[in-house]
Design a protein around this ligand. Structure first.
Ligand code: G3P
Ligand code: CA
Length: 311
């Protein structure tokens, strides 16, 4: 494919900034065009071979969210009790600038906000202060046994993950609603000691469905491992490899050749790109994606997946 055609198809997914991304040597070679020396020496490179059979890492999605209310500290506790090495969460921002952990852009589904603030529909996270959100019950909707669970701040969440020595797959959720959330998230992580060599080296990934947001995180802190949520066309992977270490697709969109294609590139920090897939909650699906060679499985049921594929 001609380099311009690659850039054009990429732009549809990545926005205009993608035009500034270098092609990897592999794609440039495919295009038949010359490979600039700067790209040849510093750009993402395809790898020759697979790295052998490994168990995928297991990521507790929104905590162990099949067993405890999602994105609460109780869900982290449950993930730890089940032996999950990684915990995934979703980060958004309150009206007064606090970063909190919640999936939906509204508080309606997972808290009692309708009862506490009946006249504040549609109950958007961005329209409530941190103090208001701290009053909400984020556990009763799931099970009365969890009554009183709160929407945690990011700070509280990373403290709890740290307590268990777990690793964090942090998703910037709806970043288009929260300009600047990338820098603010990195600031909180830094304040909490999560940007030191130990954490950045092996215990932290920041991911998003927004390629712009992932690119921004990489630009602000190139040492931080990043993930893009989605399934970009193989022809576009070289462009993604300039700013993301992981491609993290829905398991329904996955195949062994796609995983192999991702593994054929090095990410921005020079390591083989990885694939973590979501949300895999039964043994058959876990075995299927493990057979594709994925590096990680994101699941509401980490015990089920571990029993199915090890890890
Ligand atoms: O980590 C993958 C997964 O969380 C993405 O989907 O909607 O659950 O945030 P969602
Ligand atoms: Ca998520």
């Amino acid at each position: 494919m001609h380099a311009r055609a690659v850039a054009a198809s990429t732009t549809a997914l990545l926005g205009t900034a993608a035009l500034l991304l270098p092609l990897s040597p592999a794609r440039a070679a495919d295009s038949g065009g010359p490979v600039p020396a700067a790209v040849r020496s510093a750009g993402p490179r395809p790898l020759a071979a697979d790295h052998g059979i490994r168990h995928p890492v297991i990521v507790a999605h929104r905590g162990a969210s099949a067993y405890a209310p999602e994105n609460t500290l109780a869900a982290v506790d449950k993930a730890a009790a089940l032996g999950a090495e990684w915990v995934e969460n979703d980060v958004q921002r309150t009206r007064d600038g606090e970063l909190v952990v919640l999936h939906d852009d509204s508080l309606q589904r997972t808290t009692d906000v309708e009862e506490v603030f009946p006249d504040r529909a549609p109950w958007k996270v961005k329209d409530f202060t941190a103090a208001e959100i701290a009053r909400l019950d984020a556990g009763s909707w799931f099970d009365p046994a969890y009554a009183g669970a709160r929407v945690p701040t990011l700070e509280q969440f990373v403290h709890r993950v740290e307590r268990y020595g777990q690793k964090l797959l942090l998703e910037l959720k709806n970043p288009q609603l929260y300009p600047g959330i990338e820098r603010e998230t990195l600031k909180v992580l830094s304040n909490e000691g999560w940007l030191d060599r130990r954490h950045v080296g092996s215990r932290l990934v920041v991911q998003s469905f927004s390629a712009d947001s992932v690119r921004t995180v990489h630009g602000l802190k190139p040492a931080v491992k990043t993930g893009f949520l989605g399934t970009p066309p193989v022809a576009d992977l070289a462009a993604y490899a300039a700013f993301t270490d992981q491609i993290n697709p829905s398991h329904g969109s996955l195949s062994a050749p796609y995983v192999a294609a991702v593994h054929g590139f090095r990410g921005p920090r020079g390591k083989r790109m990885e694939v973590l897939t979501w949300t895999v909650n039964d043994a058959a699906a876990a075995r299927r994606v493990a057979g594709f060679g994925v590096d990680g499985i994101i699941t509401n049921t980490p015990d089920v997946v571990r029993d199915a594929v090890g890890g």
